[in-house]
Design a protein around this ligand. Sequence first.
Ligand SMILES: [Zn+2]
Length: 343
Amino acid sequence: MLSGVVGHEKVKKVLLSSYLDGRVGHAYIFEGPKGVGRLTAAKAFSKLLLCENPNSGEPCGICKSCSMCESGNHPDLAVVTNQLYDQSKKSTDVLVDTIRNMKKDVFIKPYVSERKIYIVPKADTMNVYAQNSLLKVLEEPPAYCTIILIAENPNMFLPTVLSRTVSIKFFPLSDENVEEYLRNNYPQMSDSAVAVAAMSAGSIGKAKMLCESSETLKLRDELLAVFEALLNNKKRVIYDFALFLKRNKDDFEILRDILQGLFCDLLYIKKSGDFEQIINPDKISKLGEIGGQIYESVPQKMLEILLKYNEYFSKNISYAQIAQCMSLELWEAIHDRSYRSEI
Ligand SMILES: [Zn+2]
């Protein structure tokens, strides 16, 4: 069901049963974080709704409608963006003019199918005027019409819009779901699938981005090297680590996720020896070497330090200061010394 959509079993079940019972709604909000598959699910559901020969909840995949859906050229399926109706509109918010144009189109009967479907990405960027304009369609939609609003933040919708739509909630995917997706779609990355899945925070979109930029794995190698240098007793290495963090300021969130994965791995290695749980299995021998040189309590301490500085990071404290103090505290934790290093 909804092939191509990873995870989201509950969503699939709800949509499928509404389809099989002939209770497909006129308007949905697919709400949830970016990159978890809301648009993919909307397109897969549309394909099913438009298919000429569906078979127990699956589109046939071979009819004209299915192939038009696959090529993105179905005349009765519109992904509504400002550019769809007016190439000159560059705004990233869904504009009221766009909704007005969509509305005109809604009342034109389907061209080739029984239904007409509108998918509106970033629907939560519609202002009050745009939403009020949409409301007219939601109040009296033509029988053939289904509108799917895609949103991160449903609180942005007017109560009148919410009361006329069916909300479908998408949650972040499990690491296992993301890993499975990566193994199927990026077999060349299978060694690092677990690490990338852990860094992607349940978002296929983010996982794809990480896989497609070789930079991330390069960054992990570099980070691992400067981190390993922190094992050195000489305080110069603190400066090198801080410098590395500063140089990669724009990627701090990725660095944080990589560090978290590495520290968790060290924790597993030191505490349980449970290699099944390892996030960076391709770095196991290097992590084993590092683990051999630190006390058992160190990984836990390092995780706490990371957590603490992550909070500072979101509080607008100077990044240079965070980088320096965090490097010093990590080095102190590794060498079991304590200089005054609080911000
Ligand atoms: Zn079909």
